[in-house]
Design a protein around this ligand. Sequence first.
Ligand SMILES: [Zn+2]
Length: 319
Amino acid sequence: MNARLFGFGLLISGMALLPGASAQEAGNESPRLVQVSDSVFRTVHRPGAANSHVIVTDEGLVVVDGTCRGDGNPAWLKQELDRLYEVPVKYVILSHDHEDHICGLQVFDDTAVTVSHARNREHIVREGRNTSVPDVVFQDEMEIHLGGKKIVLYYFGPTHSNNLIQVHFPEEGVLIAPDIARAERSLALPDFRDSDIDGLINTLGILAKLDDVDIVVPGHWGPTTQESFLEYRDYVVALRDRVLEEMKAGATIEQILERVTLDDFSDYGNFDIWYRANVVSMWDKMYRYREPNLDDAGDYQTAYPIGFAVGFTGMGSNQ
Ligand SMILES: [Zn+2]
């Protein structure tokens, strides 16, 4: 990534704290499992850390995601599950390849089969991720049956990443949907570098209508509802449309940052610290796929801060 673009403040993870959080809220808590439904639990430890989840059955446990950013990491989780349950972890499910959601999960390799989307495995192998390399992959949908319970894994195409899946436990109305729902305390994510914007918007509509969902567990913070998908979709659509409108009018990224203020979404958690990276990365997405409009001033064509024009430059063929 070039230095100028990085200077706009793209962030790496969804873990920043809300400004104004109390000292107690801001402090780490002793790691523990908190119940989400009869059979589903999530880890709570460092505020804002990625959620790790456990689905309990009589024949074994299913772990969904894990993080190394806090004391409630997979090594702690393994000890805790050994202490609490007679049955081993039979499956580990990886929601997507982002490091803070899958780190350290290889500790379960002795008893578990690891499952992910096929593209996730490609990332894990190619990028040497610190996690369990998936044994089983799928393309669109997969069911896991364990202890008389059914877990359904969905892939609706590229969204927040090109390999993000959702984990549905219909019997108890729980949908584990990392990094794609508006969480109680934050926007879904700090930026769109790895996102497919149209796929994200379409999938948010699908998730909002999925049957047998009473509880949505986002990637960070506590449970929410399907309404959070629509709230987040409203935000992404508004951001895309307002940034594009300015781009069509020939605005530079500096001008867009001044004009696209998104005040109507300022009550979204982490808005103050993430809106700038959201605007810049949305602008970058639009810039990459969209052939620039011709104009005499050439501002649009030369505005991309990489030192040369993108698209037609007015010098000969535009092929
Ligand atoms: Zn992510």
